[in-house]
Design a binder for this molecule. Structure first.
Ligand SMILES: C[S@@+](CC[C@H](N)C(=O)[O-])C[C@H]1O[C@@H](n2cnc3c(N)ncnc32)[C@H](O)[C@@H]1O
Length: 339
């Protein structure tokens, strides 16, 4: 079966994602639809594309949706109620009693209603037609992507979307105890690709300041060596299981003879330097030990930057996940296990 697939990326990363998709899936076409949104066509089905995105990995694709129907923007502007009718028609053709409804805007379509108003209009119409409608967490998701040319409607298994959030835009609330916004990156990762942290043990946090990741790992029950020349937040100061070392990662790794169960690295440095530091860190990591890091992207050729850094990491790690998450700005999150 051949599907048209709507692909979501960070706004400026559609060209990089297109290059990745063409390399991973020879013969496919990707046509830009809106900033950060493209339409993938070729002889493929969504399950295959989702699997290849995970396994390759295709790092700049955040979300996938199988397109089933389209409503031109002019029609939606004149008759917004048509969107609900189109959604009912999609589910009449492929019935699922309980679905998640997700709606998002790509680019700046000129619409008479806000996306949340349209969500309610569609949800009300579906409910009227006997559907049970949720926001997420269902086996099937009905998606509506509003672009400047049309509303695209999709229906697919949530597990094949890569992320169970509208367009992959994971929205998280800032808790009072949060130390830094960097914590969102670990929280988002735990939602889109659950990573099994050990329940106890010792973690090394490279580039730890001000201490958001250290806080999250402490909460998970780990003891932390937090390495950064800069300060840690005062809330971590009294914790006897947080050891702050004011040094660069390179110096610390050259001098320590400790071994760790987990290493995380959110250092602000080039992706290649950071991957090289991770090779030194691997010498202090137990076999099978977990590594989580961010690769900072240079504006020039982000895809090459990521590929080179992943190649370096592959010398010591099996990479199990690499993706530009919603909370990654100019960076990519990578997860691996020491071989
Ligand atoms: C984005 S911040 C880390 C935020 C942290 N993960 C959190 O959750 O609060 C990047 C940090 O990398 C640190 N850094 C940059 N180069 C470093 C190096 N060579 N060794 C250790 N830390 C470094 C900086 O001092 C900075 O505090």
């Amino acid at each position: 079966m051949s599907d048209a697939i709507v692909v979501s990326t960070a706004e400026e990363m559609l060209p990089a994602a297109t290059a990745e998709l063409r390399a991973a899936l020879p013969g496919v076409r990707v046509e830009p639809l809106a900033p950060g949104t493209g339409l993938l066509t070729g002889d493929l089905d969504l399950a295959t594309v989702a699997r290849i995105c995970r396994e390759t990995p295709v790092v700049f694709v955040r979300h996938l949706m199988r397109e089933i129907a389209r409503l031109p923007l002019a029609e939606l502007q004149a008759r917004p109620d048509r969107l609900g009718e189109a959604a009912v028609a999609v589910l009449r053709a492929e019935p699922h009693h309980e679905i998640a409804l997700q709606l998002w805007q790509a680019g700046n379509p000129d619409l008479p209603h806000r996306p949340d108003e349209l969500w309610h209009m569609v949800a009300d119409r579906l409910t009227e037609a006997g559907q049970i409608v949720r926001r997420a967490g269902q086996e099937w998701t009905l998606s509506v992507c509003l672009t400047p040319v049309a509303a695209l409607l999709g229906l697919n298994r949530s597990s094949e979307a890569l992320a169970d959030w509208p367009g992959g835009r994971v929205k998280l609330a800032r808790g009072r105890e949060q130390i830094s916004r960097a914590e969102f990156k670990l929280e988002e990762l735990s939602k889109v690709a659950p990573v099994a942290l050990p329940a106890s043990g010792v973690a090394l946090d490279l580039g730890a300041s001000p201490g958001g990741w250290t806080r999250v790992l402490r909460q998970a029950g780990l003891e932390i060596w937090a390495i950064d020349p800069a300060d840690l937040d005062s809330r971590l100061g009294d914790d006897p299981r947080v050891h702050h070392v004011r040094a660069t990662a390179g110096r610390f790794l050259a001098e320590t003879d400790q071994t760790f169960d987990v290493v995380v690295n959110d250092m602000r440095m080039t992706a290649e330097q950071s991957a090289t530091v991770m090779l030194s860190a691997a010498r202090h990591l137990a076999p099978g030990g977990l590594a989580i890091m961010t690769l900072k992207l240079a504006p020039h050729d982000p895809l090459r930057t990521v590929r080179n850094a992943l190649e370096t990491l592959a010398r010591a790690y099996d990479v199990t996940f690499a993706r530009q998450l919603h909370h990654n700005r100019h960076e990519v999150t990578v997860v691996g296990r020491k071989r």
